[in-house]
Design a protein around this ligand. Structure first.
Ligand code: DGJ
Length: 761
């Protein structure tokens, strides 16, 4: 709901309120964002100005009691007294950096505005409400639009901004943020999700009591170094209680989230495109659009905030045929064969997959040009006939004849110097002509700031995707930006290159997803180097990490779960010792973790034992039965740390799947308990565990080898929802030390169990 009373603007969702007012001078004073409150009392929150705090700058001589340094604002700029993180920085034709945007008008606009250059949120049901506030810097004739979109049912408010150069002069835009959120007080915990290749989404909490803390990426992508999703909470916020704000950006390039505490103990958070090396030249009449920021608030802790974000992403970001459709269980060839693929090998692998219930076979890297390693052929999207003598279509038919779908891997944004494309178009890459180039994975980035390159790659991919019955595409991207330079743009526009690249990329993704609406696209960037809402606006799922070790994955997937729904997280079961960690974890643990997401397999099934294949078949059967909930259910985190406790509940609360994983075994420890969340407290449930099999020889001396289901693994109760949630089930005794017997549960490092709750209705 949007309410406008005098100069007060109140935006309400079901459970939150956001408000600001226009001051007499024309500034937008931010008043409140938090739990829903009555809209009639906003006057009480406004700043009372009596004097300017010592050492601060007075706004002007007429109004001697007003300083911009000590007021909460909806947007701010440098030069008129506010010395905190600015929302906008413009260099005017006269060389000045000072801007002063004041209120001009506001209007409630029908529906969601479409962006020219970027993806944004959308609402199929037309319920989104849109407030447009127009500000003007009259000294320089610039217009700044602030857009607010209200998604009541998700408790989400999106913000974006647009700068329009109405002047006769050319200006340089050094920064335009998407959101600014000012708080009255300080000491907030800023949570970011940082990492690297193979260890994405590690959660870090930093209390910010003074100074500034920045989470940002400068890799050209949204980056596994620092995901754009961040949280702001209080010291005592937990999974179930307390204030929590989640903020994300619908953008896949360099991003920036800064939190700063002012000298007067106020906190400011700004989010948007990373201003580092960013500069857009705006000539007369030019417009610049900043990406949309997504904000949500919950007074009921982290899990609730996450659930609001999940719902929003599922309903208002992910589009197309796959938005709500159950995703197939796939088998990917990468870790089974790497570049060493050929038609016979792939068909054998697909057959083994079909036999255990795989629905989609994916041929990863290595099928085109002369791609026997990562030194050549990117850009040459022609089948290597030595490997695939019957072409893509021939292989695809053989896979389809097995009764399963076929998918391929591409990396369209890149080119190897060792390729025909580079030999023909060396001016199509991002590199500085005549200067040495810093290479990443032996490849260079195509210049998508150049429309000719965008058009070329769109048509190339159209040709490839039409050449066979392709049901799925894994879209990879495997290097960070360096030597950022568009050979297409003039020198004075090089500060636009990184952002123009993202615009070009989105253009290709939009065209192709519209041309091939049935294809299931999966984003990937060396794993999770570009896991963001921009990609999810086109591709419904993203490969979360190249690291499939169950221990690493449980932490990473927990990290993703703070901001992203399970249906977005692609997760595979792979072989042990794991290729990234050399660790051995139980096959059951690998499945349990991966099943809380979009499940796939990435291993050589042809080399697995009968026992393992039998176990995998049972895993896939089970997943198919529960995937509606595991992909689209309401996700609840329980304990995190050495023990991970997850529950995924159907929307009607009638059915739920749970998981426990203990990272490290503790000798002589007490049996564990499992506590569900999100159930109907008055509902009655059939609680039981997933039948668990072990390859006993791996763990215990003196017990017959082979896959077994020990007695100690049977858990079954008819039990109320409140008991499951508020007390939790005390599980059977587990191995504690010395000698194992069958009445105990096997316990070892990385042991994990899955539980199911079926409502008795
Ligand atoms: C990086 C991806 O993350 C892997 O899954 C695999 O597709 C390789 N690229 C192929 O080169």
């Amino acid at each position: 709901m949007i309410e406008v009373k005098n100069n007060f603007y109140v935006l309400s969702t079901n459970k939150t309120t956001y408000s600001f007012r226009v001051t007499k001078l024309g500034y937008l004073e931010h008043l409140y964002y938090g739990r829903r409150i009555d809209s009639s009392d906003m006057e009480a929150f406004s700043r009372k100005h009596v004097f300017v705090p010592g050492g601060c700058v007075n706004y002007n001589q007429e109004v001697k009691n007003f300083s911009l340094e000590d007021i909460k604002l909806e947007m701010s700029s440098y030069g008129k007294g506010d010395i905190r993180e600015p929302f906008i920085e413009v260099v005017h034709a006269d060389g000045s950096f000072t801007s002063d945007f004041l209120f001009e008008r506001a209007e409630i606009v029908e529906g969601k505005a479409e962006y020219e250059t970027l993806p944004g949120s959308y609402d199929e049901n037309g319920k989104v409400q849109h407030l447009l506030v127009v500000l003007r810097d009259s000294s320089y004739n610039l217009t700044l639009e602030l857009h607010y979109y209200i998604y009541e049912d998700c408790d989400v408010i999106c913000r974006s901004s647009k700068l329009i150069n109405n002047s006769e002069e050319t200006v340089r835009l050094n920064r335009l943020m998407s959101s600014q959120l000012d708080f009255e007080d300080s000491g907030y915990i800023f949570t970011s999700f940082n990492g690297a290749w193979g260890r994405e989404m590690q959660k870090y909490d930093v209390p910010v009591c003074a100074g500034k803390y920045v989470n940002s990426s400068y890799t050209g992508t949204s980056s596994c170094r620092a995901n754009p999703f961040v949280m702001i909470s209080k010291e005592d916020t937990s999974e179930e209680y307390g204030d929590c704000y989640g903020i994300n950006l619908i953008y896949s390039g360099n991003h920036y989230e800064a939190i700063e505490v002012s000298s007067f103990g106020k906190t400011r958070v700004v989010t948007g495109i990373n201003p580092q090396s960013f500069c857009f030249v705006l000539n007369k009449g030019d417009v610049f659009e900043a990406p949309e920021a997504v904000m949500t608030y919950s007074d009921a802790g982290f899990t609730n905030m996450s659930r609001q974000m999940h719902k929003f992403v599922r309903e208002h970001i992910v589009r197309g045929k796959w938005k709500k459709k159950e995703r197939p269980v796939l088998l990917n060839s990468w870790e089974a064969a790497y570049f060493d693929i050929n038609e016979d090998k792939l068909v054998e692998l697909a057959k083994a997959g079909r036999d255990v219930g795989i629905e989609l076979f994916v041929m990863d890297d290595g099928w085109f040009g002369k791609r026997d390693d990562d030194t050549s052929s990117l850009g040459d999207w022609y089948v290597d006939e030595n490997k695939l003598p019957n072409g893509l279509d021939g292989l695809c038919r053989k896979i389809n004849d097995l009764g399963i779908d076929f998918g391929i891997w591409v990396e369209p944004e890149m080119v190897n110097v060792e390729s025909n494309l580079y030999r023909e178009h060396s001016d199509w890459t991002m590199e500085i002509p005549g200067k040495p180039h810093s290479e990443g994975r032996n490849q260079r980035i195509l210049d998508f700031a150049n429309p000719a390159v965008v058009d070329y790659m769109t048509e190339e991919l159209t040709r490839v995707f039409s050449s066979a019955n392709i049901a799925y595409v894994k879209w990879d991207m495997n290097r960070n930006f360096s030597d950022i330079y568009s050979q297409y743009l003039p020198p004075e526009k090089q500060g636009e290159t990184a952002h123009r690249y993202v615009i070009g990329l989105y253009h290709i993704m939009k065209t192709l997803t519209e041309r091939f609406p049935d294809i299931l696209f999966e984003g990937c960037a060396s794993g999770g180097n570009r896991f963001d809402l921009g990609i999810l606006s086109y591709f419904p799922q993203i490969w979360a990490s190249d690291n499939t070790d169950a221990l690493c994955r449980v932490n990473m997937q927990e990290g993703y779960s703070y901001g992203y729904p399970m249906s977005a997280v692609s997760a595979h079961v792979s072989i042990c010792p794991n290729h990234q960690t050399l660790r051995t974890t139980p096959l059951s643990a690998r499945f349990n973790v991966a099943s809380f997401g979009v499940l796939g397999y990435e291993c050589n099934l042809c080399e697995m034992s009968e026992g393992e294949l039998d176990e995998i078949k049972k895993q896939i059967d089970l997943y198919k039965k529960w995937r509606g909930i595991l992909q689209y259910g309401e996700f609840y985190r329980g304990r995190t740390g050495n023990i991970h406790e997850w529950t995924c509940v159907s929307e009607d609360k009638k059915n739920a799947a749970g998981m426990l994983m203990r990272e490290l075994f503790e000798t002589n420890a007490q049996p564990m308990h499992y506590k569900a969340r999100g159930l109907d407290k008055d509902g009655r449930y059939h609680f039981y565990n997933r039948e668990t099999y072990y390859d006993v020889k791996e763990y215990v001396n003196g017990v017959a080898a082979g896959f077994q289901t020990p007695k100690g693994e049977e858990e079954e109760y008819d039990i109320n929802g409140d008991a499951l949630m508020y007390r939790g089930v005390k599980l059977r005794y587990e191995f504690a030390a010395v000698i194992y017997n069958h009445r105990e549960k096997y316990s070892m490092d990385f042991a994990s169990r899955m539980y199911f709750m079926e409502g008795r209705y």
